[in-house]
Ligand binder design. Structure first.
Ligand code: ADP
Length: 633
């Protein structure tokens, strides 16, 4: 049969393996054993509901056999096996494998990191072998096939002989060089220690025929003559791994390293987790390993991202991403849950209604909440890192489901504060409130620096009150959903009633507005369709004008809502506020007196555009704006 070519991506990966100078080539064994274990998992799972499999738990095993004469190492499993097509697809097109994404193909450093962090599956065999032969028979098929390759030049697939379902992989090891010793992978002690190091928690026995020696029985004569003992060799089958999954081990046996390694390995994350928790719960009974990644996955805030935890029933994987175990607002959590109380042959649909699963999900949620609160309290820096990666998700959690979960989440929120631009929690804000302060003040904008310059913040800051800077689109929606925190209402610095105005000043402004009602009307008329009214401001100190809004929809919300892909456009009711203390107001008054309503109209437009610009909004007609400036200059 002719030679087939590898797919381009596979070829690159293969080349990377062959030329690898990676110092831990030994991980190839771990990779092949994991694959074998996955394959057995699949057949074992079948055997639970299908008598035809004819194997019971004790029958499943992975075998390692080293032969020094032929320099070969065999790894055999009696798992699900592969059909001819699967051999072709799985081993000819490895870049499909979820564990591998090409990053920077040409950089060795990077390569080494990739190999080290993820393990790259089957092809890692080519780090130590010049030729790899796979003989496999799929469960339920009566034919077996052999896949064979000596590297990048391609592979062949031919029919083969094999009794029962499963896969046998034979590696013909590379010759030793000055730098590399491949022969050691034929040494039984080396193999034993590698299995213990990397594959100890594999759930099926990894067996090997080990050679030992013992003293031969001596005759009485020889004993008397004190002849030296003679030794004989004998062979004994040993199980090399302890088979206890990591999460079922005693916490005291495990090191931070173990947890971290397990994470990067299992969840294909290149970065170490920010936090982990190992839980053994009694009621309901389950073990869990939960991880918070240190960075949001690249697709986290997209529709493609799938949340969920791996679900095991007493050590047997029944679902890879069980979404029902995590609420949306904790969708960033990775990990697994193992419960003895779940039935094995439960279907996906049934699982959704499983009462036990719901109880477990509740308990998991509580655990996550507690862990986050603990982190906030004891590891502030770490929590802020977490917040930067996943805070957005929690804010969505407040807003969604009509605010149903706001009580659970509100203590986890953080916002940038006007005080030194630090992140503060709502609790910290409220604790720091002045006695005379009625509200929790907030301001919205693109960035803290931008908000800082908003004229609307002047009055609040002048009173010495802290302001929360809301810079994400979702923020104001979340705040509106909360409405209040610890009996303190939220108040936008753009609101018409800030609770700061003293009665005297209010009266004064009111009188001024009446005095200038004609002027204000003329200005409003010039801005017809743009603003609902023009008023004299109580909040401005140094700035001449600002834009605020009345009603439920703020300018920031208008921006957000209008950036959504719907046809309906929404407009906040805009109010132009003019600072009566500013000299520009005197100018307006004198124009009004001289009856130059044309010029007054032009001033109105300019001031309005100016206010929009400060607010970080687009002006409608930049050309007109520019012309007006020149004209009035
Ligand atoms: P990954 O395990 O990350 O998917 P691999 O390169 O290790 O990637 O393997 C590719 C695929 O080949 C596996 O997903 C599996 O379908 C198949 N495979 C590998 N080894 C075996 C085996 N021993 N038995 C059955 N299928 C296997």
């Amino acid at each position: 049969m002719g030679k087939k070519q590898f797919k381009a991506e596979s070829k690159r990966l293969l080349e990377m393996m062959i030329h690898s100078i990676y110092t831990h080539k030994e991980i190839f064994l771990r990779e092949l054993i994991s694959n074998a274990s996955d394959a057995i998992d699949k057949l074992y799972f079948k055997s639970l509901t299908d008598d035809k499999v004819g194997l019971s738990k004790e029958d499943f095993a992975i075998w390692i056999k080293a032969d020094k004469d032929s320099r070969t190492l065999k790894i055999t499993d009696n798992g699900i096996g592969m059909t001819e097509e699967e051999l072709e697809n799985n081993l000819g097109t490895i870049a499909n494998s979820g564990s591998f994404k090409f990053k920077n193909e040409n950089k060795l450093e990077e390569d080494n990191q990739i190999i080290g962090q993820f393990g790259v599956g089957f092809y890692s065999a080519f780090m130590v072998a010049k030729k790899v032969t796979v003989v496999s028979k799929a469960y339920g098929s009566d034919k077996a096939y052999q896949w064979e390759s000596e590297g990048v030049n391609g592979y062949t697939i031919t029919e083969a002989e094999k009794q029962s379902a499963g896969t046998e992989i034979t590696l013909e090891l590379l010759e030793d060089t000055d730098d590399e010793n491949y022969t050691e992978f034929l040494d039984q002690y080396r193999l034993k220690s590698l299995v213990r190091k990397y594959s100890d928690y594999i759930r099926f026995p990894v067996k090997m025929e080990c050679t030992h020696s013992r003293p031969k029985e001596q005759s009485e004569e020889d004993k008397e003559a004190k002849k030296p003992l003679e030794y004989e060799e004998y062979i004994e089958v040993e199980t090399l791994n302890s088979m206890v999954p990591l999460w079922k081990k005693n916490k005291s046996e495990l090191k931070e390293e173990d947890y971290k390694h397990f994470y990067t390995e299992k969840f294909y994350d290149y970065n170490e987790p920010l936090k982990y928790a190992h839980i053994s719960n009694e009621m309901p009974a389950y073990n869990a390993l939960l991880y918070i990644p240190s960075k949001a996955p690249f697709d986290f805030y997209s529709k493609e991202y799938e949340k969920g935890l791996q679900l095991y029933s007493n050590g047997v994987l029944i679902m890879d991403k069980c979404a029902d175990l995590l609420p949306d607002y904790y969708s960033f959590v990775k990990g697994l849950v193992d419960s003895e109380d779940l039935s094995l042959n439960i279907s996906r649909e049934m699982l959704q209604h499983d009462r036990q699963l719901k109880v477990i999900a509740k308990s998991i949620e509580k655990t996550i909440s507690n862990e986050l609160k603990k982190m906030l309290k004891n590891e502030r820096e770490k929590y802020e890192e977490f917040w930067k990666a996943f805070g957005l998700q929690l804010k969505y959690g407040i807003y969604s489901d009509y605010g149903m979960n706001k009580e659970k989440l509100q203590d986890l929120l953080m916002f940038t504060s006007s005080n030194e631009h630090k992140l503060v929690t709502l609790d910290e804000y409220v604790t720091g409130m002045r006695e005379e302060q009625k509200y929790i003040y907030y301001a919205t904008g693109e960035s803290a620096a931008r908000i800082e310059q908003l004229p609307q913040t002047e009055l609040v800051k002048d009173n010495g009150f802290e302001i929360l800077y809301l810079t994400d689109n979702i923020d104001e929606f979340a705040i509106k959903t909360l409405r209040q925190y610890k009996d303190k209402e939220f108040k936008s610095v753009s609101a018409d009633d800030l609770g700061l105005e003293n009665a005297e000043k209010k009266e004064e402004i009111k009188a001024k507005e009446e005095e200038n009602s004609g002027l204000l009307e003329t200005l409003a008329k010039a801005l017809d369709g743009k603003v609902s009214k023009v008023i004299l401001s109580q909040r401005l100190k140094s700035h001449p004008v600002c834009i605020t809004s009345e009603g439920e929809i703020s300018l920031e919300m208008e921006k957000v809502l209008n950036s959504m892909p719907t046809d309906q456009k929404i407009q906040a009711q805009r109010v132009l506020e003019i600072n009566p203390e500013h000299e520009i107001f005197g100018k307006l008054q004198s124009l009004d007196k001289s009856g130059d309503s044309d010029k007054l109209g032009k001033y109105a437009k300019l001031l309005y555009d100016q206010a929009l610009l400060i607010e970080g909004m687009d002006i409608e007609d930049p050309v007109e704006f520019s012309n007006l400036i020149c004209e009035l200059m």
